[in-house]
Design a protein around this ligand. Structure first.
Ligand SMILES: *[C@@H]1O[C@H](CO)[C@@H](O)[C@H](O)[C@H]1NC(C)=O
Ligand SMILES: *[C@@H]1O[C@H](CO)[C@@H](O)[C@H](O)[C@H]1NC(C)=O
Ligand SMILES: *[C@@H]1O[C@H](CO)[C@@H](O)[C@H](O)[C@H]1NC(C)=O
Length: 218
């Protein structure tokens, strides 16, 4: 798949989501955020890495640290524009909170990339972020949204934001791989891995959450 096709796919997906949104208050039910430090809202606070945003990051956001900016990041502005709360970082949520939140979660992790090898210290590669989202969809959301059909509707109408790829070109192990494979082959590798993970969002079956006996309570 060429990069222009992927971008087109993502843009048309977003346009579709906005158009079908039933907007009394929020334009979409939820915003699920994936990516790197451009979108991380505090997941790396919980990981052993140098890629942490400590004070004075957050100085314009009541000193809440974890975002790689003084204040709100791009994902926050998009959430606010959609009429949603800023998506909270997954790793900062208690089990109880995870079972309550239906307006979106942020899985982004500073220094991560599309590839597993991208990053420094602990981080959540895209694949890992999608794995956490899959837990949200099959374990946590079924606890908050009791009706199977409603959950399918929720996921179909929610917006997925992916802000990643810069670190895949930036860090030394990646530069070695780029040299080895050549730029075109490397770009194809990134596109393939990104496409596989985007497709996973669609292939997750949230209804398994309703048949899992450990979920039958709350
Ligand atoms: C993490 O959770 C704590 C407790 O709820 C909260 O005070 C803090 O602001 C949260 N941090 C981020 C980055 O959201
Ligand atoms: C943020 O932290 C700084 C340094 O500790 C402090 O001077 C400032 O008053 C704090 N601001 C808020 C809004 O808590
Ligand atoms: C990436 O890492 C995950 C575990 O973190 C592993 O399951 C997966 O096989 C790895 N994928 C590749 C392509 O190395």
């Amino acid at each position: 798949m060429t990069s222009s096709k992927v971008i087109l796919l993502v843009l048309s997906f977003i346009a579709h989501q906005v158009l079908i949104a039933n907007a009394n208050h929020a334009l979409v039910p939820a915003l699920y955020v994936f990516g790197d430090s451009g979108a991380d809202a505090g997941n790396n606070n919980h990981l052993n890495t140098r890629a942490k945003s400590v004070w004075p990051y957050g100085v314009d956001l009541n000193n809440i640290t974890g975002r790689f900016t003084n204040g709100k990041n791009g994902a926050d502005f998009i959430a606010i524009y959609l009429g949603l709360p800023m998506a909270p970082p997954y790793l900062n949520l208690s089990d109880h909170e995870k079972s309550q939140i239906t307006t979106g979660i942020n899985y982004a992790s500073g220094s991560s990339g599309i590839l597993n090898i991208t990053g420094d210290g602990e981080r959540l590669p895209l694949k890992e972020q999608v794995k956490y989202f899959s837990l949200t969809a099959t374990r946590d959301l079924p606890r908050a949204i009791k009706n199977k059909k409603e959950l399918e509707d929720h996921l179909a109408k929610s917006m997925f934001l992916l802000l990643t790829g810069a670190n895949d070109y930036f860090l030394p192990p990646n530069r070695q791989l780029i040299e080895k494979l050549g730029p075109q082959q490397y770009a194809n590798l990134l596109l393939d891995e990104m496409t596989v993970n985007i497709q996973k969002w669609n292939s997750i079956d949230p209804t398994v959450g309703y048949t899992d006996p450990t979920n039958s309570g709350q």
